[in-house]
Design a protein around this ligand. Structure first.
Ligand SMILES: NC(=O)c1ccc[n+]([C@@H]2O[C@H](COP(=O)([O-])OP(=O)(O)OC[C@H]3O[C@@H](n4cnc5c(N)ncnc54)[C@H](OP(=O)(O)O)[C@@H]3O)[C@@H](O)[C@H]2O)c1
Length: 196
């Protein structure tokens, strides 16, 4: 049974992933978030809730102890957050990181040019790629709320396929990666709904 720490646990993808983790795996979850009142009631003895900010490095190190997997579902000023997470994981010897980013960070989407809006995503991905961690970076397309698990992935260096992907698909991939320690390690994956 493994221990999974979710940073930014009230995020849209994270909330779906929490349900999948609880319904389909036996992992123990630690939910780390800035305001625990925002989280709807989760009735499970496999869940521990810790209120905290990813910018609080000491608290972050504390919550890393004993974790097998860190799943970061964050938005905003991602570069200092990535630095803190790498530092806290190095300090506590936790190796496996799943990091939600965005399509477009390598200019890999045919016919699209993303500007400065993706800078925090680009810079945070570089920090993670330059670390020694066993990371998997996910670069999803535009999120939809479709109730489906339907996705394919592309590797770094390949053109992105499609445009959209359901939140549920991204959450399902996170759960698969978190429970498969050897899968897609040190990889950055585009995630899209196949175009048929
Ligand atoms: N929308 C799209 O189509 C799309 C497509 C591809 C990628 N993405 C990106 O994918 C990522 C995940 O998406 P999402 O919809 O699940 O995200 P989301 O709902 O925006 O959640 C992000 C979470 O990050 C938390 N957070 C921000 N700063 C924090 C800090 N310093 N410490 C702790 N927590 C912090 C927020 O917490 P609070 O609740 O405390 O604010 C929030 O719950 C985002 O970066 C998003 O931009 C989006």
């Amino acid at each position: 049974m493994s221990n999974v720490l979710i940073l930014g646990a009230n995020g849209g993808i994270a909330r779906i992933a929490i349900d999948l983790f609880l319904n389909e795996t036996d992992v123990q979850l630690t939910l780390y978030l800035r305001n625990s009142r925002r989280l709807r009631n989760i009735d499970s003895n496999r869940v521990r809730i810790i209120e905290g900010d990813v910018m609080d490095i000491e608290k972050l190190k504390e919550v890393m102890i004993g974790q097998d997997v860190v799943y970061a579902n964050l938005a905003g000023n991602l570069e200092p957050m990535a630095k803190n997470i790498v530092e806290a994981m190095n300090a506590t010897g936790v190796k496996r990181l799943i990091w939600i980013s965005s399509m477009g960070i390598y200019d890999e989407v045919p016919g699209e040019k993303y500007g400065s809006i993706l800078e925090p995503y680009r810079r945070s991905a570089t920090i993670i790629e330059e670390s020694d961690l066993d990371y998997t970076i996910l670069r999803p397309g535009w999120f939809t709320n479709k109730d489906e698990i339907d996705y394919e992935t592309t590797q770094k260096g390949e053109p992105f396929k499609g445009h959209e992907v359901s939140r549920k698909s991204v959450a399902a991939l996170v759960v698969k990666l978190a429970t498969s320690p050897e899968l897609e390690v040190r990889r950055s994956l585009g995630v899209n709904k196949p175009v048929r």
